[in-house]
Write a protein that binds this ligand. Structure first.
Ligand code: CA
Length: 219
C-alpha cells in the first residue's frame, strides 16, 4: 500500500515514515507543499498524510488543488494547532480525517486503516473472499479458518489484488504498491511473491493474464 507523507519536521517525519513502514506501508516522504503537489501529479497513492503547516505551499492549498481535480485520495491532516477554526478549515478543504500533534503512532495507523476501509467501500474490517479471510488491521489471513503465514510483501500484494478484485493489475501497478522511493525493486519480485501466494492459498485464486497482469475475480 503506497502512501505519500508530507511533513517538514525532520524528526517527526522520520518517526512517522519508520512507523508506517513497519506497519507495512510503502512510504514516499516529501518535505514541502510543492514536492507534495509534484508527487501527487506523477505517482499513484492509496493514502496521504498531510501536514497543514508546510513550506512553499501550505497543506491546505495542496488539499484544495487535489480536490479541485476531483481526486478522491483519502487524506489525513496533521495539525499543530487544536483550534476549531483550523479543524473546520481542514475538513472544508476536503480532508477525510485529522490528528493533532503530538499523537500516537498506533492511533495514526489505525485511522489510516479506517480510511482505507472506507475508500474501499467496505464497512466490515475484514475482507472475505470465498474461504479466504483477510484482516488488514491484524495483518492476519485465514483459509477455511486456518491461519496462513504471509510475508509482509505477500500480504501487501494479496490485499492490493483483493481491494481491486475484478480489475487486472499490471506488474508495474503491483510494484508501485509495494515499493517507496529509493527502495530497490528486485526484477522478478512480483512473480516470486505471487508464486508463494499460490503455494499458500491455492493456484486458482490469483489468475495470470499473460502480458497484462494479475487478477483476483470478484467473489
Ligand atoms: Ca509543519
Amino acid at each position: 500500500m503506497r502512501l505519500l507523507l508530507a511533513e517538514d519536521d525532520a524528526l517527526l517525519g522520520e518517526g512517522i515514515r519508520a512507523g508506517l513502514a513497519q506497519a507495512g506501508f510503502a512510504v514516499d516522504w516529501v518535505k514541502d507543499g510543492e514536492q507534495a503537489r509534484h508527487a501527487l501529479d506523477t505517482e499513484a497513492y492509496a493514502l496521504m498524510v498531510l501536514d497543514l503547516g508546510l513550506p512553499r505551499l501550505s497543506g491546505e492549498e495542496v488539499l484544495r488543488r487535489l480536490r479541485a481535480k476531483n481526486d478522491p485520495l483519502p487524506v489525513l491532516l496533521l495539525t499543530a494547532r487544536d483550534t476549531v477554526a483550523d479543524r473546520v478549515k481542514g475538513l472544508d478543504a476536503g480532508a477525510d480525517d485529522y490528528l493533532v500533534k503530538p499523537f500516537d503512532l498506533d492511533e495514526l495507523t489505525a485511522r489510516l486503516r479506517a480510511l482505507l476501509r472506507r475508500s474501499g467501500g467496505r464497512a466490515a474490517p475484514a475482507i472475505v473472499h470465498g474461504a479466504l479471510r483477510v484482516d488488514p488491521a491484524a495483518h492476519a489471513v485465514t483459509l477455511d479458518g486456518a491461519p496462513v503465514d504471509l510475508a509482509p510483501k505477500e500480504f501487501a500484494i494479496l490485499l492490493h489484488l483483493l481491494e481491486n478484485a475484478g480489475r487486472v493489475q499490471s506488474r508495474e501497478q503491483l510494484e508501485q504498491s509495494l515499493y517507496g522511493w529509493g527502495e530497490e525493486v528486485e526484477s522478478n519480485a512480483v512473480e516470486v511473491h505471487i508464486h508463494h501466494l499460490r503455494k499458500k492459498l491455492g493456484a486458482e485464486l490469483i489468475r495470470t493474464l499473460r502480458g497484462v497482469g494479475y487478477l483476483i475475480d470478484k467473489p
